[in-house]
Design a protein around this ligand. Structure first.
Ligand code: ADP
Length: 485
């Protein structure tokens, strides 16, 4: 299959979350399976520091954005670990900025314009690069317009008429909503601005646009594919998803085992595998305690958390549980994250009050993320909702036992054999389950079994990539038949 993967971010070029991990790893695996993927993303300022060479291609183009004609250039690179070409869309005014979508907690006010331009560039690239594609695989709101342009403006063009589109949802909570006048920037007829298509409560909604116009829709776990059809998790788009459920499926993300493997991880104090975990892990735990300024007590259960500090991730529950239990329990907490200022304040206060038990680093640090995965005993993810979640799978690989809430991808990956899982979103439910985990931790044998099960499981991309290939094939076949009739 020939696939163009369009995305707002991809590791190692630019990353704000799990979307980047998927878009950096899936294409490499597709290529290993003998397919021909290419990736396209904006050339943000950050991409210059990714450590890969990014070459100009001498390909310039102009696309309409509202009433303006805007020029851009293509640059070229490749994903490490494979021969997957990556095309970067350069447009200094839009992308040569500090952040990907905003800075200091504020979104850029011209985000709609930036991604109208990018989406148009994606479709133009097919022609400019002479790509013969089976599928364009778009991801999240940043590329929600891609299936719409393909359907509305390009279907009649010979090169494009047989290209199928797949739209993958990585998180329903981020929809790319803009005021209605931004419809003018898209250049798409106002007749599409209705509640069946691009409009959502009077605003332009790019995620909804992608859902409506894509030939197939996928999301990042089977459980999340079910949950988003309900009002609890669908973020207002559950009706659209129910309507399109015939073409909606869930494929669990994989993890990049090249980067996340305790046997070869360069960031951790001692390398280990399943056979040597009992020697390696205590070294990593002591190093983590030292790094975070906690007392180096070998037997105290060490709970780790990594993630964006946002309501989705259940940090409010964590703060309550810490406050209730910290005086009486020997549990140590290590938290790594950035995000909402209210959580920065909360965790700063907690670390100041309980420096012997709670340590937080409010920053984005890949080495520290690796050190927590290796050094913690328990990895906590009490999310309200979780499309897939990657950290619980990294944890399994590192022999760190996950405690998770039963939602989305967490429910699809964790059960009694490899971790602990609770249902109700409440501090009490979390506290009880954590206590259970700590009890098991003290029973060496039970704990060793949990670790061994997790470490032996296969969460690599090889499995998920095959499912994507199947989905590409069935979608492309459906479109070929539609075109033929
Ligand atoms: P989401 O996509 O909702 O952010 P995921 O668990 O799917 O959540 O992916 C998050 C990714 O970002 C993981 O690879 C995680 O390790 C990483 N990450 C999140 N916050 C940080 C941080 N502060 N420092 C380092 N890595 C982080």
């Amino acid at each position: 299959m020939n696939i163009l993967l369009a995305t707002g971010e991809a590791v190692p070029f630019a990353k704000t979350g799990g979307l980047a991990d998927v878009c950096g790893a899936l294409p490499v695996e597709l290529s290993r399976l003998g397919h021909k993927p290419v990736v396209i993303l904006p050339a943000y300022r950050k991409v210059r520091y990714c450590g890969l060479s990014i070459e100009p291609m001498g390909i310039d183009f102009i696309v309409p954005v509202g009433s303006k004609m805007v020029a851009g250039h293509l640059r070229q690179s490749a994903l490490p670990g494979g021969d997957v070409p990556v095309y970067l869309v350069q447009q200094e005014q839009y992308y040569d900025r500090d952040g990907l979508y905003g800075t200091e907690g504020e979104n850029y006010i011209d985000n709609c314009e930036r991604f109208v331009f990018f989406s148009r560039a994606v479709l133009e690239c097919v022609r400019l690069l002479d790509l013969r594609l089976d599928v364009i695989h778009a991801n999240d709101w940043q590329t929600g317009l891609v299936p719409a342009y393909l359907e509305i403006e390009y279907r009649g063009v010979p090169r494009y008429e047989q290209i199928a589109s797949l739209f993958t949802l990585h998180n329903m909570a981020y929809q790319g909503q803009f005021w209605h006048w931004d419809m003018l920037l898209t250049g798409i007829d106002w007749k599409y601005f209705n509640w069946h298509q691009m409009e959502f409560h009077g605003r332009l909604n790019l995620l909804k646009t992608g859902l409506v116009f894509a030939d197939s829709i996928s999301t990042v776990s089977p459980r999340y594919a079910e949950e988003i059809q309900s009002s609890r998790v669908g973020c207002g788009l559950e009706g659209v998803l129910q309507h399109r459920r015939d073409v909606l499926s869930g494929i669990l993300n994989g993890i990049d085992t090249g980067e996340w493997d305790p046997a070869s991880d360069p960031h951790i104090a001692a390398n280990y595998d399943a056979a040597s975990v009992s020697q390696g892990k205590p070294v990593c735990k002591a190093a983590l305690q030292k790094e975070f300024g906690l007392p180096q007590v070998p037997h105290a259960p060490l709970v780790g958390m990594i993630g964006r500090l946002v309501d989705q991730k259940g940090f409010d529950l964590v703060a309550e549980v810490i406050l209730r239990s910290v005086q009486t329990s020997e549990v140590q907490w290590v938290i790594l994250g950035t995000g909402d200022p209210k959580y920065h304040e909360l965790f700063t206060t907690l670390t100041e009050r309980f420096p012997q038990k709670v340590a937080a680093r409010l920053e984005f640090s890949n080495p520290l993320a690796h050190q927590i995965e290796a050094g913690a005993d328990i990895f906590l993810m009490p999310s309200r909702f979780e499309p897939c979640g990657l950290n619980q799978m990294y944890s399994l690989k590192y022999g760190t036992v996950p405690v998770v809430r039963s939602t989305g991808g967490l429910a699809d990956t964790i059960d009694q054999s490899n971790g602990f899982i609770f249902q109700e979103y409440s501090p009490l439910a979390l506290e009880e389950t954590l206590r259970e985990a700590c009890d098991a931790y003290r029973q060496g044998e039970v704990w060793s079994r949990l670790m061994a099960t997790g470490m032996s499981q296969d969460w690599s991309w090889a499995r998920s990539a095959k499912q994507y290939v199947e989905l590409y094939k069935t979608t492309a076949e459906r479109i070929r038949q539609t075109v033929a009739t």
